[in-house]
Design a protein around this ligand. Structure first.
Ligand code: BGC
Ligand code: NOJ
Length: 810
């Protein structure tokens, strides 16, 4: 069943009922000011950091679901209703939500009025604009009242939910004209405030929540809205809100639009006050002025669209399959930007008050983002590398505001350092910019301890090379990519963290997944060394890689697939000899991606085992058989009920690893089959089963052992976005940036047909035509560049050339 449809021309998903299986959300904001917005106008806004600089309050874990947002109520004398349906939930005559790229548009119609809300964050400003347009579609005069509503958060969203003894005495507001200012805590340590304004005269306002709503009311029918009269309340302490009343009369056919702005402003310390106790509103008023007419808003909106059109022109494909086109050209890349911006901080499943930026998460996000805005990727790489320790270890997370490593969780996740190599390799391959490798980069944010970035890569590499266990395989530490495989922690009682309890390092437990990473990224490290002329280091690295390659085929091979790990007692995890958890997905995907066992034949056997043991109609499960009891020596993985999350769920993140691995073997049919199983556009018509948004990936789909097999959770913020984009764009469609230039070597299903790709790469545009002969899955028969046949798959790079016409015959 579907709850809407794609509009590819407009790059929108059109939701046609407010009653989607779960709130279907969108993100507004590209750089610093962000809002989450659901298909019924729920959500919240923040500046830079979802925990520390939260502007509006969201109510978690609420009944009904998705409570609080930016709401517009209409009281037309007959009904109280909202254009986005929530929170009044008054049935509408027409409802539509169009989630677009960086904006959302809601249309609600009732009793002859049509109300549209366009919400977006301009590309270069710290505010969200809501343009509300109301039209009288009836043939009689309409008189009605419009009320706006936002509830302020006391900045620190965590404290906001707990520290009532203090905060209920802190709230302060100012009202000037049509702007309501939230200045709580501004007086002492803070130099920022929020405001909610509109560009017309108002008939009243409210800032005291409990007077506006009525103390025992929900926000579905606020007293003030129902009574049709604002109380002009001025908050002092308690729970400040911002609400405007605007009385409107419309002739038949007439319409009116009002621009609301939710803004965030910082003042310099010496310019905080206009007069004693009164905030300096200069910057806020300038912001209000920038969007005080429909034309100015239209201009800012067009600029946002142009910004995205430009980004989405960097990789564009035209294949015979609409679903591939829409995912590759629009939604997958859009999600890559969002994951890059948010890491795993703020979604409807990540509260925005928990994790900071993940070291491994952000490194992987770069893989899918770097082609869009390489400069931002560069900056991010340096931020991440600056949190690394001198011995190559890494903080598992860092805080977006301070950019410092988070010592609560600390270090010890032994895959982390290698992801830095992955990110830098992707950046250098994309841009050819070797200068990043010379950037002086601190350790643990201590400027006095800085070395060139290249040296950080070396320390990442050496960390793994020098932390190996009894089988010559990398030690796992607290966990590797799979945060829930906690082989050294032995968390036994509630309250003990699964991941950080116990020693961070054990001398025995080893990871075959990290072995695969080491081979893949160790080789990429060696390639970079070579390109810089450091042949000796490249040779040394390749020797180290060879040791782990051999150890993997030896102690890491179980007979029909790669072992997952050795636990602290040196027992196999992910082996035929285990009672539960006999086979895991991660090492099969990653080791084959790294090329391990390809010539020897193990790779093919491993992937065939994946198909036989782990595949389902909704994607490939992370392991089988699921753990049915808690294994102290394995940790969190066995704490989940069978079929969910890391315990035999379909973890979408590592499905593309297997798909990429299939392309390494040249099996295009299977690679594409795997791609389609988790790809949102292909499962749109089972939205009632899948439940999360049909335009973005989710972290997890419940596996075969789960009661709700096929149901997804944790949409939006997942490394799946980057990895599926890498898979489809670089391996299946086959346009892969190498250090020496762009390689075109597709691996597609036998009946895929011809396709085109336009790719901007290092100051040039490549127009690529792939002539696909039916029956072939991989293999370039001919590569023709501007009429001339060239050898291999890499388009030779010519200095100064800005356009390449490439034909590939498969
Ligand atoms: C989740 C993992 C996640 C980890 C983060 C676990 O509870 O299952 O998916 O990576 O928390 O700490
Ligand atoms: C989600 C985390 O964000 C990511 O870092 C981890 O690799 C996966 N879960 C698997 O545990």
């Amino acid at each position: 069943m579907k709850f809407g449809h794609f509009d590819d021309e407009a790059k929108e998903y059109v939701i046609t009922t407010p009653k989607t299986p779960l709130p279907w959300i969108n993100y507004l904001g590209t750089k610093e000011f962000f809002s989450l917005i659901s298909n019924t106008c729920g959500g919240y806004s923040f500046f830079k950091d979802a925990k520390l600089l939260r502007l509006t309050r969201y109510r978690y874990n609420n009944v009904p679901m998705d409570n609080n947002g930016k709401y517009y109520y209409i009281n037309d004398g007959k009904d109280v209703w909202n254009p986005g349906w929530q929170p009044s939930r008054t049935p509408l005559d027409f409802y539509e939500c169009r989630h677009g790229i960086g904006y959302s548009r809601f249309t609600g119609k009732k009793n002859g009025l049509s109300a549209e809300v366009l919400a977006f964050v301009p590309t270069d400003d710290a505010c969200e604009i809501n343009k509300v347009t109301i039209k009288n579609e009836s043939d009689t005069v309409k008189e009605f009242k419009l009320f706006s509503y936002v509830e302020w958060c006391f900045w620190n969203a965590d404290d906001d939910m707990k520290n009532f003894q203090r905060l209920l005495s802190c709230g302060e507001v100012e009202i000037k004209g049509s702007a309501i200012y939230h200045k709580t805590e501004y007086r002492e340590r803070r130099n920022h405030f929020g405001f909610f304004s509109c560009n017309c005269e108002i008939n009243g306002f409210d800032t005291i929540r409990d007077d506006f709503l009525g103390l025992y009311n929900d926000n579905d029918r606020p007293d003030v809205v129902v009574n049709g009269k604002a109380l002009n309340t001025v908050a002092s302490g308690w729970l400040p809100i911002a609400s405007h009343e605007i009385d409107i009369t419309l002739q038949p056919g007439e319409s009116k639009s009002i621009v609301f702005i939710l803004g965030y402003v910082e003042n310099p310390d010496d310019d905080k006050w206009e007069s004693y106790g009164v905030i300096n509103k200069k910057r806020a008023e300038e912001m209000q002025e920038r969007y005080n007419t429909d034309e100015k808003v239209e201009e800012a909106f067009s600029a946002l669209k142009a910004y995205w059109d430009n980004l989405l022109s960097i990789y564009r494909t035209t294949t015979g399959d609409d679903k591939v086109n829409r995912m590759v050209n629009i939604w997958n890349q859009y999600q890559c930007m969002v994951t890059f911006n948010m890491s795993r901080s703020a979604s409807y499943y990540e509260s925005g008050i928990g994790r900071g930026m993940g070291f491994r998460d952000s490194c992987q996000d770069i893989l899918g983002f770097v082609h869009l805005i390489p400069d931002r990727a560069r900056e991010r790489i340096i931020d991440i590398a600056s949190t690394q320790f001198e011995d190559g270890r890494a903080y598992h997370q860092y805080q977006p505001l301070t950019k410092k490593g988070n010592s609560d969780i600390g270090s010890g996740f032994n895959d982390d350092p290698l992801w830095l190599i992955a990110a830098v390799s992707a950046y250098v391959r994309e841009t050819g910019d070797l200068s990043i490798l010379d950037v002086q980069t601190p350790f643990d944010n201590d400027e006095s301890k800085s070395t060139p970035l290249m040296d950080h890569l070396k320390r990442s590499f050496n960390f793994t090379a020098t932390h190996k266990g009894p089988h010559g395989l990398p030690l796992i530490g607290r966990a590797d990519w799979n945060d829930c495989l906690n082989l050294n922690c032995f968390s036994e009682h509630p309250g003990e963290s699964f991941q950080t309890f116990g020693p961070s390092e054990g001398p025995v437990a080893e990871s075959i997944f990290i072995a695969g990473m080491f081979v893949k990224y160790g080789n990429e490290y060696a390639d970079i060394c070579e390109l810089r002329g450091d042949k000796a280091e490249a040779d040394r690295a390749r020797k180290e890689v060879k040791l782990v390659y051999d150890a993997t085929l030896d102690a890491g091979w179980d007979g029909k697939w790669f072992v997952r790990a050795y636990d602290a007692f040196s027992h196999k995890v992910g082996s035929e000899e285990c009672e539960e958890g006999k086979i895991f997905i991660e090492p099969q995907g990653f080791c084959v991606m790294a090329g391990i066992g390809v010539p020897e034949g193990n790779a093919k056997t491993a992937l065939d085992s994946v198909k036989e043991k782990l595949d389902t109609r909704y994607g490939i499960m992370i392991l089988q058989p699921a753990y049915t009891k808690y294994h102290l020596e394995l940790g969190e993985i066995s704490s989940y009920p069978p079929g969910y999350k890391e315990n035999a769920g379909i973890f979408c993140h590592n499905n593309p690893w297997v798909s990429i691995a299939e392309t390494v073997l040249g099996r295009g049919d299977r690679a594409f089959e795997i791609y389609k199983k988790t790809c949102p556009a292909y499962i749109e018509n089972i939205s009632e089963i899948h439940r999360t948004e049909p335009y973005v990936y989710s972290q997890m789909v419940a596996g075969r052992d789960a009661k709700f097999h096929g149901e997804a959770k944790n949409s939006w913020l997942t490394g799946t976005a980057a990895w599926t984009f890498v898979n489809i764009s670089q391996y299946i469609l086959g346009v892969y940036p190498t250090l020496k230039g762009l390689s075109v070597d597709p691996c597609v299903p036998k009946d895929f047909g011809n396709f085109k790709i336009d790719r901007k790469f290092r100051d040039a545009v490549y127009h690529i035509n792939v002539e696909h002969t039916s029956g072939s899955e991989k293999g370039v028969k001919k590569l023709i560049v501007d009429g001339k046949e060239v050898k291999g798959t890499v388009v030779p790079f010519e200095e100064g050339k800005t356009e390449y016409n490439v034909t590939v015959v498969m």
